[in-house]
Design a protein around this ligand. Structure first.
Ligand code: SF4
Length: 278
């Protein structure tokens, strides 16, 4: 985990899965791939295997060890709903989020059909928790808009859209049942252009439909130069968040222990996991 994430809309990242495969145009300059591949072959490094998919069960219990309530981006370096991640593992990740419920988790995917199907089935127990926000990426009309539909079809207490990198005008949006929209441009080498009118269109539709809007960045090759101002102001809205007190260390350890022992109501035994230090 990175406790102090540089991602504007979260506090921390948690990666019980590493690596992914590309699925749509939004993946073209995937920052996670660029980062991970830098360390391919570096012995002992967490990304020794580059961007190849890997489950990281020793990370599962990590949220129990953080001493303040956080907004946590789940799998910033991967996609929990990609085909190589077993249903059982998505359930284990979700169980942690429901038990360590003093954090708020942001789960973002491009595999929206699987997200929907699992939230209707095996992950139903986690769908309506107010501390778990379920989201899909929307970069264009062809790939992005069907994901919005899938998310709307899923049972979820909080649904959000990460419209990043925004690659074209999305046209008319139906935001019913959507609780938060983030918009951002692409950054880094080869960054594709995002036009102001595309962003304004999304912002205005959020206003009309009463959806909190967060403008992350303009992006570009030199991200810091372009900043976060849209029409002269910063848009930093979030959905309502319930902040709970973190239990004391012994209670956290007891909950983690219960979870590790598989005695929280989940059938089957846990993989080998370790509780990370504070
Ligand atoms: S789905 Fe996300 S993590 Fe996976 S390749 Fe695409 S951008 Fe990268």
């Amino acid at each position: 985990m990175s406790v102090h994430s540089e991602i504007e809309w979260t506090d921390a990242t948690w990666n019980p899965v590493r690596g992914c495969t590309k699925i749509s145009p939004g993946c073209k300059h995937c920052y996670a791939e660029t980062f991970a591949e830098r360390f391919r072959g570096v012995k002992g490094h967490p990304y020794e295997q580059g961007f190849d998919l890997r489950l990281v069960p020793q990370k599962l219990a990590e949220p129990f060890s953080w001493r303040s309530p956080k907004l946590v981006f789940v799998n910033s370096m991967s996609d929990l709903f990609q085909p190589g991640v077993p249903d059982e593992y998505t359930e284990m990740v979700s169980r942690v989020m429901t038990v360590a419920n003093w954090h708020t988790y942001q789960v973002l995917t491009k595999r929206s059909e699987r997200l929907r199907d699992l939230l209707r089935g095996r992950l139903r127990f986690a769908a309506l928790h107010e501390n778990i926000w379920w989201g899909v990426s929307v970069e264009d009309r062809k790939y992005g808009l069907p994901r919005v539909k899938h998310l709307q079809q899923a049972p979820a207490r909080v649904r959000f859209l990460s419209v990043e990198p925004l690659l074209e005008d999305l046209g008319r949006l139906d935001l019913s049942g959507i609780h938060w929209v983030i918009v951002g441009g692409e950054s880094g080498p080869g960054a594709r252009l995002m036009k102001e009118e595309w962003v304004i269109s999304v912002r205005d539709q959020c206003r009309e439909q009463g959806v909190p809007f967060f403008f992350k960045q303009w992006g570009g090759v030199r991200k810091a130069r372009h900043g976060r101002l849209l029409d002269g102001r910063i848009y930093d809205d979030y959905p309502e968040r319930v902040v709970r007190v973190v239990p004391d260390r012994s209670r956290c350890a007891a909950l983690a222990g219960k979870w590790l022992a598989g005695s929280d109501g989940v059938a089957g035994s846990r993989p080998l996991v370790q509780l990370a230090g504070p």
